[in-house]
Design a protein around this ligand. Structure first.
Ligand SMILES: Cc1cc2nc3c(=O)[nH]c(=O)nc-3n(C[C@H](O)[C@H](O)[C@H](O)COP(=O)(O)OP(=O)(O)OC[C@H]3O[C@@H](n4cnc5c(N)ncnc54)[C@H](O)[C@@H]3O)c2cc1C
Length: 492
């Protein structure tokens, strides 16, 4: 070989190795706290305070740490905030959890909690009791209906890896259970405490949090905004700069009045794509009907949610069949969705968790499990940051990298897939046909991808792409030949 070729090859190798090293080092420095100086070294002594009234006293702790403030104030005790409070309190930090409502309180939702959320409930030790008390129903019989009416309903109870794929639980039960768990491990949960503002004092390095209709004020080193999709506090602080992206409806169908005989089914109506609707059964046979508006279809606007909700109930043949002629349904309720992840979920001494940070997957509109996972990631990060004693914006950015790396960076693929589903609904027909052919284990793997349990790019793996492409070709040929494609496959 010519020496000049060898030199060029060596140079290329060195450049590639250099770029790789920079990439690896950048990724490492993006997710570790090593190297940041400690600014509040006194913070690292954990306090084991329980039910302590910070308003009236300053305490000398066993650890010799004098405290007149909480380590962390969390605003909002939904799944995101309460999970964060649980893990931080369990790690021994002084956590204040402020919730504007009184538990048990409703939250408009589809009530479907998927694997990652169930796993965290198990880790908290509350899953079994929720099931035993008949508050949650593990979905055993579940599946999907495609835009052209292909359907598959399979057995999904024993999800891959032994954790159920999904359960339905009313938010009145779920959110109270998580918040009370956080309280049990030491979080100072204060209900009917609606936060009006939070002001940061740079000199003291402390937040002062004020409540509406009250003179009470609380101080803490770190603030976590977990106040849901409107993200009012983070907007007030200038971290979030846009309104929520979309909206979703919810209405309960009275048990015993419908004909739905599965536990959880996703219905893709062609007109509504990339949005969809879903039915989930509660333990008392009540159904939760939701209609998700997902951005991407210029003909489907958030403002027209009520019309779409009515249209689907009256005109979607699969929903009409599932509900029957005599079903009793409550008045439609609605709430907003903040999708796809906020670009910035941190600031000086402050983090955003759950819907407040846009932790809802754009492909599904689901965010309970991401809020819980995000809350856990925030708690683990803050455990390190409090031990280090530095909450500068550059340090807090590490948290953003961590949840992005775990699930948030996948949202861009979800957005792309949304566009593809809206433009080519036949892709969901093909996926449903593939599930029909391959059965329950394929459906469970599909569910893992859809719910962000594994990265969306797994769809490109041959076990999915080859089968779906095959079904796509069959469907295209069938349509070209003018044959009907509707078929149903259901377990007994
Ligand atoms: C109709 C609908 C259906 C949905 N269906 C599903 C589904 O089936 N599965 C799924 O996984 N996801 C679903 N989602 C998304 C899911 O509801 C959210 O992702 C989830 O609730 C996020 O949890 P969170 O803790 O971040 O916020 P939230 O659950 O909204 O909790 C925020 C908490 O903050 C409190 N709060 C707000 N402001 C203040 C304040 N100023 N002071 C004190 N407290 C305050 C609120 O009272 C609330 O308790 C649905 C959403 C909608 C709208």
């Amino acid at each position: 070989m010519e020496p000049v070729v060898l030199v060029i090859a060596a140079a290329v190798l060195v450049i590639v190795a250099g770029l790789l090293a920079i990439y690896v080092l950048n990724r490492r420095s993006a997710t570790v706290l090593e190297g940041f100086p400690s600014k509040y070294p006194e913070d690292k002594d954990k306090a084991c305070l329980q039910n302590f009234n910070f308003l009236s006293e300053v305490v000398q702790l066993q650890t010799n740490k004098t405290v007149d403030h909480y380590d962390v104030t969390i605003v909002g005790a939904g799944p995101g905030g309460a999970t964060c409070a649980y893990y931080l309190s369990k790690a021994g930090w002084n956590v204040l959890l402020l919730e504007k409502k009184k538990f048990p309180r409703d939250k408009y939702c589809g009530d479907a909690v998927c694997k990652t959320g169930i796993e965290i409930l198990m880790d908290m030790g509350i899953y079994d009791s929720l099931i035993k008390q008949n508050k949650g129903l593990v979905a055993d019989c579940g599946g999907m209906v495609s835009p052209s009416g292909l359907s598959f309903i399979g057995r999904i109870k024993e999800g891959l890896g032994g954790i159920p794929a999904a359960m339905a639980i009313k938010r009145t039960h779920l959110d109270e259970a998580i918040a009370m768990s956080a309280k049990r491990v030491g979080a100072d949960l204060q209900e009917e405490a609606s936060v009006s503002e939070a002001v940061f004092c740079k000199e003291a390095g402390l937040w002062t949090v004020s409540l509406e209709d009250s003179d009470r004020k609380f101080k803490s080193r770190v603030l976590v905004c977990a106040d849901g999709a409107p993200s009012r506090l983070a907007t007030q602080l200038g971290i979030v700069t846009r309104p929520p992206d979309s909206t979703c409806s919810r209405a309960f169908v009275e048990g015993g009045t419908h004909c739905f005989d599965a536990d959880g089914v996703v219905f893709y109506n062609k007109e509504l794509l990339p949005g969809y609707c879903a039915l989930f059964r509660h333990p008392n046979d009540e159904l939760n009907f939701c209609c998700y508006i997902i951005p991407g279809n210029p003909r489907v606007k958030s403002e027209e949610l009520a019309d779409w909700h009515k249209f689907i109930l009256e005109k979607d043949p699969s929903i009409v069949k599932a509900l029957g002629d005599n079903y009793k349904i409550e008045r439609m309720k609605a709430a907003s969705l903040r999708l796809g992840g906020e670009k910035v979920s941190y600031g000086n001494h402050v983090l955003l968790v759950g819907d407040a940070a846009g932790m809802i997957d754009p492909l599904t509109g689901e965010g309970i499990h991401h809020a819980m996972e995000g809350g856990k990631i925030a708690a683990e990060f803050l455990d390190e940051a409090l031990t280090l004693g530095n909450y500068d914006v550059e340090v807090m950015k590490v948290y953003h990298h961590r949840w992005m790396e775990k699930f948030g960076s996948d949202f861009k693929w979800s957005m792309l897939f949304c566009q593809m589903l809206y433009r080519f609904p036949i892709l969901i027909d093909a996926a449903t046909a593939a599930v029909q052919r391959k059965g329950d284990s394929f459906l469970l793997k599909w569910a893992d991808i859809m719910t962000g349990r594994v990265p969306k790019l797994n769809m490109l793996r041959p076990e999915f792409s080859v089968v779906i492409t095959y079904e796509l070709i069959i469907l295209l040929l069938t349509r070209l030949l003018g044959r009907p494609v509707t078929s149903t496959k259901k377990v007994n």
